[in-house]
Write a protein that binds this ligand. Structure first.
Ligand code: IFM
Length: 426
């Protein structure tokens, strides 16, 4: 199968990752905690404007200790999770001390198990009050976010070194303001989308010194969704230009908006890598035409493989993306990478091939701080509900029973040895 670079013909070799490499899995509050009643997703789920309800999700809010026991048993030395803003500030300017204490306990539970916390401050959900007053489209969203960061970091910074301010700003903007299938589920507006992206960049830049003031050795980044984009027909100028424009919109615009300051406000760049996008020019209405369409045909000389969400599996793309973002001159972290599938052999092949791709990038000289598989356990996958199964751990949503999948054992060997056996020709 293509999309994988591993081959069993060559003698195996061991590649050692740098000392202190972070190995773990990632989650996000609304996807795992359950009962996040105070945010915009919950509200729209209740109003019937979204196809699925998060409900109790994985009940991770209560079950976090036993979930971290599983992470520990799988050899993880780090864990990425997000703090739910709507729990901390349920009403504008009102701070919930008990919820702050909850996250202190979560972090202590990780540290007790020798697991380094990587804390995301915003992962798609907003407090309902924040959304109702216009959300990220308003300029003062930046002040509200920074105030929240200040409160959280004042309590947690002594325990947390690694911070991800905002998860996947470009995905958020696209789904919330272009396709409009995520809250606030408004009609498409390119103008608003750009304004929101700009505000998110400002919010990141403004949160950066706050985190550093409270924790001078903090490592502060954001998590960028970074598809590997290529032209369908490289000899077609139209395909090349469209692919470049899409690449600019999805991979460059965010960093351009962070501007000259990007080197000054990023201690690392988090990359969420899932797929390749093969792009061709096809006339379409409006601005979307500039970004082209994704070609899914098998006319590229090799068969292609797609996940159950229709994302193309292309492990070499992770190395390419790492090399490309290394040009920003700051360390990188693979903050997400994973596959939704019911085929467990495919999941293991996917993971190992992508780890090999990370190893290749490191060998090329790219500084990578860690790798986080998406996700620790099956969870609430936004508009896909519970059907997209990404977990290292299977969850039975009726009983909340957890079952460790075989992939987790293969990953454990890598995590515990801090090395990978690679088999593809070097
Ligand atoms: O589940 C999401 C996550 O919230 C953000 N990155 C992509 C994942 C898979 O779709």
């Amino acid at each position: 199968m293509t999309g994988f670079s591993r081959s069993s013909q060559t003698a195996s070799e061991l590649f050692a990752f740098p000392e202190g490499f972070l190995w773990g899995a990632a989650t996000a509050s609304h996807q795992v905690e359950g009962g996040n009643r105070g945010n915009d997703w919950w509200q729209m789920e209740q109003d019937g404007r979204l196809p699925h309800e998060s409900g109790e999700a994985c009940r991770h809010y209560e079950l976090y200790s036993s979930d971290f026991d599983l992470a520990k048993s799988m050899g993880h030395n780090a864990h990425r999770f997000s703090i739910e803003w709507s729990r901390i500030e349920p009403r504008q300017g009102e701070w919930n001390e008990a919820e702050l204490e909850h996250y202190v306990a979560v972090i202590d539970a990780l540290r007790y198990r020798g697991i380094e916390p990587v804390v995301t401050l915003h992962h798609f959900t907003n407090p309902a009050w924040f959304s109702q007053r216009g959300g990220w489209a308003r300029k003062d969203s930046v002040d509200f976010f920074v105030r929240y960061v200040q409160v959280v970091a004042t309590r947690l910074a002594s325990r947390v070194r690694f911070w991800v301010t905002i998860n996947e700003p470009t995905v958020y903007v696209k789904r919330a303001y272009i396709t409009g299938d995520w809250p606030p589920c408004e009609p498409r507006s390119w103008g608003r989308a750009i304004r929101v992206l700009r505000n998110m960049c400002r919010a990141h830049a403004a949160a950066y010194p706050v985190l550093h003031r409270l924790r001078p050795d903090a490592m502060v980044g954001l998590a960028h969704s970074a598809p590997y984009i290529t032209a369908c027909n490289p000899s077609s100028a139209a395909d090349r230009v469209t692919a470049r424009l899409r690449d600019f919109a999805l991979n460059d615009a965010l960093f351009m908006l962070l501007g000259r300051r990007s080197g000054v406000v990023l201690d690392f760049i988090g990359l969420n890598f899932y797929a390749r996008q093969v792009v061709c020019w096809r006339p379409k209405a409006g601005a979307a035409m500039l970004l082209g369409s994704e070609c899914r045909d098998d006319h590229h000389g090799e068969p292609r493989a797609f996940t159950s969400l229709g994302w193309e599996i292309y492990a070499p793309g992770l190395r390419k993306v790492l090399r490309r973002f290394a040009r920003h001159g700051v360390p990188l972290m693979v903050t997400e990478n994973g596959i939704a599938t019911s085929d467990e052999q495919l999941r293991t092949r996917y993971l190992m091939a992508h780890l090999e791709s990370v190893a290749e990038a490191v060998r090329d000289g790219v500084t990578v701080l860690g790798y986080f598989y998406w996700t620790l356990m099956d969870n609430f996958e936004w508009t896909e509900g519970r059907n997209a199964r990404f977990g290292l751990v299977e969850v039975d949503f009726l009983t909340q029973q957890r079952t460790v999948r075989p992939v987790a054992r293969a990953y454990q060997v890598v995590c515990q040895s801090n090395s990978i056996e690679w088999t593809s020709p070097r």
